[in-house]
Design a binder for this molecule. Structure first.
Ligand SMILES: [Zn+2]
Length: 286
């Protein structure tokens, strides 16, 4: 798989398939750069394949039809092509799906950027998922899971993917510097006001800790996300205030927080992240 972070979620799905425990509907974080669409397409082909192993065989008639874009038993609504996904679009998909499979196998319906569904469209999808046809799977991606109806989310299984964070802006580097100073007790830790803010601070925390970890392992500064902080991190590391094991633990703590947040929108991310910061800060000043 071209994207290493997709490997683990993929293997989990394959294991579910082998155990005959696939859910009728899956949803995941839409992230084109991170390979979310490739992941869905790969799963789509896998579900249609007549002789799948750990992935689709790529040779059977179903695979060939899918790869040529002509498989009659799969349909995709791509939210990227429209301003919103209306109820008629979802109903049309629903009608297609209720027909008998042409290739005598499963049917797969895909909705990309599902947050663009109107409330009516969401309700129409909910109706289908309340009594899903046995031979149909729904694969849904969304940029913002919270904009899907909670009742709809509860009918689908979340596929947790730990996408890497992206290239840093100058503003983020400044913020990372503030966080570092806060953790070292040189200034107040940043204030976490809302979920969106906390989510971007979570990214910054993870990037900063990754850099710190790399520096502690004597990595070249060029590989850092916040190169501008390399000297300061180098200095801190030379005091050996914090072990490599400790830093790795904090990095995975960031990832766990993100997965927790992506899986359940009810968690209080600002609170949890500020607790984590206080603990790290205390460990540093101990
Ligand atoms: Zn195949």
């Amino acid at each position: 798989m071209a994207y290493p972070w997709l490997r683990e979620p993929w293997l989990r799905l394959v294991a579910s398939a082998e155990a005959g425990r696939l859910a009728h509907a899956y949803y995941l974080q839409h992230n084109v750069e991170g390979g979310s669409t490739e992941f869905i397409q790969r799963l789509n082909q896998f579900l249609l394949c007549k002789q799948p192993g750990k992935s689709a065989c790529g040779k059977c008639k179903s695979c060939l039809l899918y790869l040529s874009g002509n498989h009659p038993d799969t349909w995709t609504i791509d939210g990227a092509e429209v301003n919103r996904i209306g109820v008629d679009t979802v109903r049309e998909l629903q009608q297609n799906v209720t027909q008998t499979a042409n290739q005598n196998g499963l049917k797969v319906a895909v909705i990309l950027e599902a947050e663009k569904m109107t409330e009516q469209a969401g309700n129409a999808l909910l109706k289908v998922l309340e009594e899903p046809p046995a031979d149909t799977h729904w694969l849904v991606s969304t940029k913002d899971a919270e904009r899907l109806l909670p009742t709809l989310r509860s009918r689908m299984q979340w596929v947790s993917i730990a996408y890497p964070t992206t290239v840093q802006s100058d503003e983020q580097i400044t913020l990372a510097g503030q966080l570092l100073a806060g953790l070292r007790g040189q200034q107040e830790l940043p204030l976490l006001k809302d979920k969106e803010g906390a989510l971007s601070w979570l990214d910054i925390s993870e990037n900063l800790l990754m850099d710190w970890l790399l520096i502690s392992q004597r990595a070249a500064a060029a590989r850092l996300r916040y190169e501008q902080l390399a000297d300061e991190l180098q200095q801190i590391s030379s005091y050996e205030w914090v072990s490599v094991a400790q830093l790795s633990e904090w990095v995975s703590e960031c990832r766990q927080l993100r997965q927790l947040y992506q899986g359940s929108t009810g968690i209080n991310l600002p609170l949890l992240l500020s607790f984590a910061w206080s603990r790290w800060s205390n460990a540093l000043s101990a």
